[in-house]
Design a protein around this ligand. Structure first.
Ligand SMILES: C[S@@+](CC[C@H](N)C(=O)[O-])C[C@H]1O[C@@H](n2cnc3c(N)ncnc32)[C@H](O)[C@@H]1O
Length: 203
């Protein structure tokens, strides 16, 4: 899979565009700027946006090509971000370091998903926030009708609301929903999609 992402990010265009994810943008604007963790951040669209809004951003991804594009975008926008190339299995950050974390279209294999989600929760301070948007299990139908909408083609990689609530039991949710949206993010997220959206506070 690492090769898949490296190859995708070696194209000149930004796979999901250079603008932040809309839900991320809406949620982050409701929080005071602080320390933000962005796991599996790809080409850095959300990291760069948050840095422009005065967040102190630590992003990481397994893809070296993702980092190259993210740093290029940060330079173009005149902001600094920390961007580490690593696998989440080896995430080195201290517990409870971050005021917020955001998982935007991060679909881990089901045999490690809960473990990886717990690792991310550990890095968020009590009272800190989590923002999550990802494809729902119902997106398979949308993807069949329009492959340009993207997302995993295996049910086990997709989410439903109950599953996320189980993975993140120590959160109070302001938003916890499955909804249909119109995606317009770069080349690979285009069209009607079914997603889950979560925005909440760690108890
Ligand atoms: C669909 S992309 C989303 C990128 C970014 N969050 C965004 O919204 O633009 C999924 C990303 O997850 C990363 N990823 C998947 N498994 C990972 C792992 N175990 N450790 C670190 N990154 C991972 C991939 O390299 C890829 O960049």
């Amino acid at each position: 899979m690492k090769t898949f992402w490296d190859e995708r990010y070696q194209q000149e265009d930004y796979a999901y565009g250079t603008e932040p994810n809309q839900f991320f943008k809406e949620c982050i604007s409701q929080l005071p700027a602080g320390k933000l963790l962005l796991p599996a951040e790809g080409e850095g669209r959300n990291a760069v946006y948050a840095a422009q809004k005065d967040w102190s951003v630590t992003a990481f991804d397994q893809s070296k090509s993702g980092k190259t594009k993210a740093i290029l975008l940060a330079d173009q926008k005149g902001v600094d971000i920390i961007y580490d190339v690593l696998d989440i299995a080896n995430m080195p950050y201290p517990s409870e370091k971050f005021d917020a974390a955001a998982l935007i279209y991060v679909h881990f294999p089901d045999y490690v998903r809960q473990e990886y989600h717990r690792k991310i929760v550990d890095k968020i301070k009590p009272g800190g926030s989590l923002i999550l948007e990802a494809f729902s299990k119902n997106n398979l139908v949308y993807r069949q009708a329009n492959p340009s909408v993207g997302g995993p083609d295996q049910l086990s990689l997709l989410f439903d609301v109950a599953e996320i609530k189980t993975d993140f039991p120590d959160f109070l949710w302001n938003i916890a929903e499955e909804t249909e949206i119109l995606l317009d993010e770069g080349i690979f997220h285009k069209g009607k999609a079914s997603v889950v959206r979560f925005f909440g506070t760690k108890k």
